[in-house]
Design a binder for this molecule. Structure first.
Ligand code: GUN
Length: 294
């Protein structure tokens, strides 16, 4: 039987609904509206699309959002000066610097310059450390989205073997840290595969849950999965497709057609994890406002 296709857009809509309600009661209680500032440096077309999605989501939940478009030639010193100003501005609760940044700017120095309480991406080393020791303040949006999908589709990782493919700082490693915690939403046995793993299939075939976050199109095929497993595809890759008017389509790290014949449930790309990332950014902005006001 083909797999259940998990509808990430629907799950994201329920989270936005919850956040909208909470924003409403926060505003009522404090008189303060949560505010997010997005810094977008340069003209990367994909970044512009992502930032637009964030802006639309903010509007839907009642969060004030402002995108500042900065030139491709912005220096690191200029960007740091803007961040310091936003750090000091009590009316700003969340700051997001869209990645990637132009080559003249160090992403590490930029992330470290953020007030960690306003770091709605959860990328600051302080937040990474708190998550690793099981005391999270601001959790990264995409890994949290994966946990929300699992929890809200009846696929809790508790007691399961989760195989993560990918060790990035924004998905693979934070997921590893979150999934091993002794909490109701996690408590999994975790294996992490990466480019140094000689036979990835040997591990993914032993996973009750497989999370693909390697950034390599169709790396995970159906024959690399255990029948009845749950597959979460975090990848967003451009795949050449002459039949599409753009000349490409978006595809994940999982070969969807073969995987859906083996898995019990699977997330599509697009329409799987992506919408959750944006919804959880809204939740983090609300959390930041709750932590900072009062
Ligand atoms: N670029 C791609 N994904 C992300 C993300 O989650 N946050 C930021 N800031 N930039 C990104």
């Amino acid at each position: 039987m083909p797999a259940e296709i998990i509808d990430g857009r629907q799950i994201a809509a329920s989270i936005r609904k919850e956040v909208r309600q909470e924003v409403k009661s926060f505003v009522k209680k404090t008189g303060v509206t949560p505010r997010l500032v997005v810094l977008l440096v340069g003209d990367d077309p994909a970044s512009h699309v992502y930032v637009r999605q964030k802006s639309l989501a903010a509007e839907k939940v009642g969060i004030l959002e402002e995108t500042r478009n900065l030139s491709d030639a912005t220096t690191e010193a200029e960007l740091l000066r803007i961040i310091h100003e936003l750090n000091r501005d009590a009316s700003v609760h969340g700051i997001l610097v869209q990645m990637p940044l132009p080559a003249q700017i160090s992403p590490t120095r930029v992330i470290e310059s953020l007030d960690y309480r306003k770091d709605v991406d959860g990328f600051h080393p302080h937040n990474v450390g708190l998550a690793a020791i099981g005391s999270p303040l601001m959790e990264p949006c995409t890994p949290t989205g994966v946990l929300e999908i699992l929890a809200r589709t009846g696929n809790a990782p508790d007691g399961k073997h989760v195989v993560i493919v990918g060790r990035s700082n924004i998905v693979g490693k934070p997921l590893m840290n979150m999934l091993v915690q002794k909490t109701a939403r996690a408590n999994a046995t975790v294996t992490v595969c990466h480019t140094g793993t000689s036979d990835i299939g040997e591990y993914t075939r032993r996973g009750d849950i497989v999370i693909a976050a390697a950034g390599r199109a169709e790396l995970i095929k159906g024959d690399m999965l255990r029948p009845g497993s749950v597959v979460i595809d975090v990848g967003v890759n451009r795949v050449d497709d002459p039949s599409d008017e753009r000349g490409y389509r978006l595809g994940g790290d999982v070969e969807f057609e073969s995987a859906k014949e083996v898995a019990r449930a699977i997330t599509p790309v697009p329409g799987g994890v992506g919408p959750l990332t944006v919804a959880l950014l809204m939740r983090n902005t609300l959390t930041a406002a709750q932590n900072l006001v009062g």
